[in-house]
Design a protein around this ligand. Structure first.
Ligand code: GTP
Length: 598
């Protein structure tokens, strides 16, 4: 039948193993675009992604491939992000597929996210096709890496294509494998419509656009559809496919991957993971929704001087449409006024949202210290979960405090084992095991408090392993811990936006670091500014910013007018990015600086 000629698949890989390059090559080999148009990696088409070199947003592309058997196949390539923070988005897109191409860099071997991605594909019951990439490089070790895939992952890799996504070598073999090894979809086009929304975005002309996999049935323009989560109905305005830009079609049928628009204005109506069915003859059973991703890291987001609260809320709502893992609710800060408490999967997710607010929505923001969720048992027996450090109850009301612990897998070349063990030790880690993958590489398994991972653990790991270390982690459990609330005072006033919860053993060094950073970034005022870090009433660190010397301008006497001008200019420039916290003007950059630890 018609569906026999459809293959729905994703490419999964550890970061930098060549997923996007292979995707480009597959697109090119199927004749979709000319070489010139291939210049930019079209799948990584957001400015931000190109800059950071990682894929965030899901994209799908329809390819037409004439296979060696003479038949023409429709290959729907569904892109997935590769970073540890986006595990959730990977499962979303995998649910729309029957198979996955697993790319492993033949010079590197199996890494933390290789394994994490394989687990996700396995959970969805996908056919996994291993492919060894970068065989053009002299350091490629295809035979060893094949053995490693079989040992560590447990899938047969004997016949894995040896490709170079860069030169195009053996890429055709991958296309043949996709056609021959990945099962065709097996839905029924005569059953009631059942479509899975696995991604969505907001288009200013079309409204909310749902990217869907049609499981059963068919859908076309003017059909009345029902979005099952909220039981809301709409009339279809357009259906189509991405090849690679949105191209309208008459109809989508079971097995197809494409998009549906229905003049859905309220972005919240179009939920990723929801099932679309027919209004007049609905399916009896919605698809099993995705596991809702639970945010692990929270921070406050506040408008910078002169920005509007409403605009930020609007932007957050739009971002949430295709990022169900992003959560937010209104909150107020004494220091910063009205803003939002936002939840993220991890620190990278937080950074990306902040940057998207800045670039795509042109919003200037202040983010407060990130925090994990602490579990507190109070002396009255009540259990509360705290995601904002300022809400920590007073010490006398706390019976027991617990923090989230993660299971971390760390893959590193063996010469860095010492460095990484020291890093984990400093981050209160607990080693569970150490396994040799081959003579050169080691897998460390650690338990780590998430509160130590969310700061700059990933960056620290990269720098201690010259970029060769990889990390994946999963929530394990809550565990009792000796935690304290660290408060920062500027000119004797507590600044709630700088408040953080830290382990007692770290409190003094953290307090000193923050005071030190603030002293560096806050300019002198007309008065002396004491900076203090305290736990309760106990001051554990202090710094002082001296008062401005009255003669700072007078000193540039003697005709050096340009220097004087420059100085005034600089002061004006600095003013623009200042934030009044109590009596003290603090540069916005301070909020970022205090999050960085060595
Ligand atoms: P993320 O999008 O960050 O997950 O990375 P990715 O897996 O998509 O990797 P990408 O395709 O961006 O490739 C990473 C780097 O490896 C790029 O610099 C590519 O040019 C390079 N690369 C990819 N494939 C090959 C190959 O076959 N040979 C060589 N020599 N380099 C390659």
């Amino acid at each position: 039948g018609r569906q026999d000629k459809i293959r729905n698949f994703s490419i999964i890989a550890h970061i930098d193993h060549g997923k996007s390059t292979l995707a480009d090559r597959l697109i090119e080999k199927t004749g979709l675009l000319t070489n010139r148009e291939m210049k930019d990696q079209i799948l990584d088409n957001m400015e931000l992604e190109r800059e950071r070199g990682i894929t965030i947003k899901l994209q799908t592309t329809r390819l037409l491939y004439k296979a060696k058997d003479g038949e023409i196949y429709t290959l729907n390539l569904i892109d997935t992000p590769g970073h540890v923070d986006f595990t959730y988005e990977v499962s979303r897109s995998l649910a729309a597929c029957e198979g996955a191409v697993l790319v492993v860099d033949a010079t590197q071997g199996v890494e933390a996210q290789t394994l994490a991605n394989v687990h996700l594909a396995d959970e969805q019951g996908l056919e996994i096709i291993p492919v060894l990439n970068k065989v053009d490089l002299p350091s490629a070790r295809p035979d060893e890496i094949k053995a490693e895939i079989e040992d560590v992952i447990g899938i047969i890799a004997e016949d894995a294509p040896l490709v170079s996504a860069k030169t195009g070598l053996n890429v055709e073999e991958v296309l043949e494998k996709i056609v021959n090894d990945i099962p065709a979809p097996s839905g029924d086009e005569d059953k009631p419509l059942k479509a899975l929304i696995f991604d969505s975005y907001y288009d200013s002309y079309k409204g909310a656009v749902s990217i869907v996999r049609i499981i059963d049935g068919r859908v076309k323009k003017n059909d009345k559809i029902l979005l099952m989560a909220d039981n809301k109905s709409f009339e279809v305005a357009e259906v189509g496919v991405f090849s690679p830009v949105a191209t309208p079609l008459k109809e989508l049928k079971s097995g197809d991957v494409g998009y549906i628009t229905a003049a859905i204005k309220n972005v919240g109506d179009c939920k990723v993971g929801d099932t679309i069915t027919s209004f007049s003859s609905p399916t009896s059973e919605p698809l099993p929704g995705y596991k809702q991703a639970t945010p692990m890291v929270y921070c406050g987001i506040y408008p910078a001087e002169g920005e509007s609260y409403d605009e930020i809320r609007d932007a957050l709502e739009k971002l949430r449409l295709n990022d169900a893992a992003l959560t937010f609710e209104a909150e107020t800060s004494v220091a910063l006024g009205f803003g939002f408490r936002c939840g993220f999967l991890g620190l990278l997710h937080l950074e990306i949202i902040q940057q998207r607010l800045d670039r795509e929505f042109d919003l200037d923001l202040i983010a407060t210290s990130p925090s994990v969720i602490y579990k507190i048992t109070k002396t009255d027996g009540k259990v509360v979960f705290i995601q904002n450090p300022t809400n920590m109850p007073s010490v006398s009301a706390i019976e027991k405090m617990e923090e989230p612990i993660v299971d971390a897998s760390i893959f590193i070349p063996n010469e860095y084992v010492g460095n990484v063990m020291e890093l984990c030790q400093n981050r209160r880690g607990n080693m569970i095991s150490m396994d040799y993958l081959d003579e050169k590489r080691v897998k460390l398994h650690y338990e780590l408090p998430l509160n130590e991972v969310i700061y700059d653990f990933f960056d620290a790991l990269k720098s201690k392993t010259r970029g060769y270390g990889s990390l994946d982690y999963d929530f394990k459990e809550y565990r009792e811990s000796d935690l304290v609330k660290l408060e920062i005072l500027l000119n004797k006033e507590i600044i709630d936006a700088f408040c953080m919860i830290v382990h007692r053993s770290k409190s003094v060094s953290r307090g000193r670091q923050v005071c030190n950073k603030l002293r560096e970034v806050i300019p002198r005022h007309q008065f002396v500014i004491p900076i203090q870090a305290s736990i309760g009433t106990n001051v554990i660190a202090r710094e002082t910013i001296k008062a401005l010397r009255k003669d700072v301008l007078a000193k540039c006497y003697g005709g050096d007018i340009s220097r004087k001008k420059k100085l005034l200019e600089k002061q004006k420039e600095g003013k623009k990015k200042m934030r009044q916290l109590g009596s003290v003007e603090v540069p916005q950059q301070a909020f970022l600086e205090v999050l960085k630890f060595d």
